[in-house]
Design a protein around this ligand. Structure first.
Ligand SMILES: C[S@@+](CC[C@H](N)C(=O)[O-])C[C@H]1O[C@@H](n2cnc3c(N)ncnc32)[C@H](O)[C@@H]1O
Ligand code: SF4
Length: 353
């Protein structure tokens, strides 16, 4: 196992669109939660170095600093250690403490630079908070900072999107993730913004093309469907997922993929704190792993090596997709063309057995 994910669920409030495992009003439990994480880590990992670690949330940077530092201290050595951060939580002291504790990369949840869109998303950070947090991280010496953006937000126009991309590019992050807004059916957010979400869904393809055009024109490499980087700074941890590698996830609701098994810890904080992981286990046979390898591998801009996974491909589908100019392949590898990458999942579905 070379990749370790650590989930920190605490948030100041719940943003309307968010479907991650988070809790609010539980700040008295930070110390107990970190104790539980360390207990789970000790049980699941022998302490040997790993390639990458990702602390995700929730809002990892909301965790009380002494507890967050205690956690970082207990983690195995890794050459990439990423922490997800909400802009309003970043202070010079926190940034310096993270640097001192061996964090190499920060992923900052900007989402948008338009005040009215941030309000629609129920975000607490203002555009100035995002810019300020970014500057603070740079001043603390972070040379690998990523910005998350969301598009397809109710009320967003193509000009708003262009302005967000320009604002992001102006800051000069090393990495940008640009996600389509996913709104879960039946939630308060989805019901409230129903018509506008439907209008945004119609525009998604056009937005996606604009995102890729603007970011690649600015010199970013479109190395994964929703991810862009400069100077070779791909997200090594996420690359592990896309390359179908095993990873251990610890924490409430955390998912692990280990050999022939995927498992998910209980999403209930009280159970997790008791050490009752109540894991949901999904067996992964060879055919399923090969399929996933194709679906994830084709999101990257590198050709997918076919050794050991050819059986997942439908030869007739492959011929059709090639004829349409959506994929290229030789004896050893398969890759989507730019047009194929824009169509994404639909092309992959056609290729699979
Ligand atoms: C696990 S979230 C946590 C990040 C952090 N708490 C924040 O809000 O900035 C990581 C990223 O996922 C993206 N995200 C979260 N919910 C999303 C949704 N419903 N649709 C698309 N992207 C989403 C956001 O860009 C966010 O920064
Ligand atoms: S701060 Fe991030 S993790 Fe927390 S509710 Fe908002 S989007 Fe979700």
């Amino acid at each position: 196992m070379n990749h370790l994910y650590v989930h920190l669920p605490f948030c100041a409030h719940r943003c309307g669109y968010c479907d991650f495992v988070t809790v609010t009003n539980h700040d008295h439990l930070h110390a107990a939660y970190v104790d539980s994480l360390i207990r789970e880590l000790d049980a699941e990992h022998d302490g040997s170095p790993v390639d990458t670690i990702f602390l995700g949330g929730g809002t990892p940077t909301r965790t009380a600093l002494p507890d967050l530092l205690r956690l970082l201290e207990a983690l195995p050595a890794a050459h990439e250690v990423t922490v997800e951060a909400n802009p309003e939580t970043i202070t010079p002291d926190l940034a310096a403490a993270l640097r001192g504790a061996g964090v190499t990369r920060v992923s900052l949840g900007a989402q948008s630079f338009q005040p009215q869109l941030l309000e629609t998303l129920e975000r607490h950070a203002t555009p100035d908070d995002v810019r300020g947090a970014f500057a603070t991280l740079r001043e603390a010496g972070f040379d690998n900072v990523s910005l998350d953006l969301i598009y397809g937000i109710p009320g967003q126009t193509p000009d708003d999107l262009a302005a967000d991309l320009r604002a992001a590019i102006e800051l000069g992050p090393d990495h940008i993730s640009a996600y389509e807004l996913e709104a879960k059916p039946g939630t308060r957010f989805t019901i409230h913004h129903g018509d506008e979400l439907a209008r945004q869904a119609e525009a998604m393809e056009d937005y996606f093309e604009r995102v890729v055009a603007l970011l690649t024109d600015a010199g970013y490499r479109w190395y994964e469907t929703a991810n862009f980087c400069r100077d070779g700074k791909r997200a090594e941890h996420n690359l592990g997922y896309w390359l179908g590698r095993d990873y251990l996830g610890i924490g409430v609701g955390a998912v692990s993929t280990l050999g022939a098994e995927r498992r998910r810890n209980t999403p209930k904080l009280s159970k997790y704190l008791r050490g009752d992981y109540d894991r949901e286990v999904e067996p992964l046979d060879e055919a399923t792993r090969a399929k996933e390898r194709v679906m994830l591998g084709l999101r990257l801009d590198e050709p997918l090596p076919l050794a050991g996974i050819r059986h997942a491909l439908d030869p007739a589908g492959l011929a059709r997709v090639r004829q349409l100019g959506l994929a290229e392949h030789d004896e050893e590898t398969l890759a989507l063309t730019a047009r194929g990458r824009f169509l994404g999942g639909a092309v992959t579905a056609e290729l699979l057995n």
